[in-house]
Design a protein around this ligand. Structure first.
Ligand code: ZN
Length: 280
């Protein structure tokens, strides 16, 4: 049995799989804001879902740049209390198994790529409370010396100061769910105003054009909670991105169909790759 955990700023999701291929069972609960409470509850929930059987390996995805050597979340903007704690080591001791830490958006992209086997280069952008993303090449997370941080490309040097990164006018400060609420004074999930969504699509499309130009993907997949707004947002978003991109014809742009499961599924794929498991 394999385990895939998605520690989000709002919810934590745990999935188990016998074959690290498909999700057999999953649970979701609110992520405690304090690290000590978070790790205790995570252990409790894992023991609940596994019936105290030690999994063969565990993938943990979290909304933060990861320090792979230390096994820590180096800068989790929505879970500041988790910063720097030895999450990987502590979980390995508590669960008696190997634990792999990864950035949640990277796993989300890996999950998306598993449904698009013919795509050689896939760019994945998640528009949520924050903005994250990853470049996937031939079904694997692309090599990187620094964390992928497409959400912190600067779109307006004179724009809003963003404490999460310390920059002004980055993609996330203008286009994320949190930015949406600050700009329009309404939470995205409660906004039905087509003009607002069209205006927001205009802002987001600029960041997507830059991602396409820098990562040169065959396919761009857009995920995250903001796409739950549906076509009133995603339609103008795709149109505006294609219109703005003038240097060449836009690659395929798709909206995630996997929703919140893509990080969990990506976690299983990552475990298969790390453990060199092969399946017919
Ligand atoms: Zn930023």
């Amino acid at each position: 049995m394999f385990l895939s955990v998605d520690v989000g700023g709002t919810y934590t999701r745990i999935a188990i799989s016998k074959d690290a291929k498909k999700i057999d069972k999953k649970i979701k609960y609110e992520t405690p804001k304090k690290y000590d409470d978070g790790i205790d509850l995570l252990q409790e929930k894992i023991e609940e879902i596994t019936g105290r059987h030690a999994p063969k390996a565990v993938s943990v995805g979290a909304a933060s740049p990861i320090d792979y050597e230390k096994g820590i979340l180096s800068k989790p903007p929505n879970l500041p209390n988790y910063k720097g704690h030895p999450l990987q080591k502590e979980l390995e001791i508590r669960l008696h198994t190997k634990v792999y830490l990864e950035n949640d958006a990277a796993l989300g992209g890996l999950g998306e790529s598993s449904k698009r086997k013919k795509v050689k280069i896939l760019a994945y952008i998640t528009l949520s409370t924050g903005i994250g993303g990853v470049r996937i090449v031939n079904g694997k997370i692309d090599y990187h010396a620094l964390p992928f941080e497409p959400g912190h490309q600067i779109l307006d040097p004179n724009g809003r100061f963003w404490p999460g990164c310390g920059q002004k006018g980055c993609f996330e400060s203008l286009a994320s769910g949190r930015a949406f609420e600050m700009t329009y004074d309404v939470k995205p999930q409660f906004c039905e105003d087509f003009r607002i969504w069209e205006e927001h699509a205009e802002v987001v499309s600029q960041g997507l054009v830059n991602v396409i130009i820098l990562w040169a993907p065959d396919t761009l997949v857009i995920g995250g909670s903001l796409i739950k707004a549906g076509p009133k947002f995603t339609k103008p978003l795709m149109e505006k991105t294609r219109e703005k991109l003038r240097i060449y014809k836009a690659p395929k742009i798709e909206i995630s169909k996997m929703g919140d499961d893509n990080v969990s599924l990506g976690g299983f794929i990552s475990l298969r790759q790390k453990l060199h498991l092969t399946f017919a």
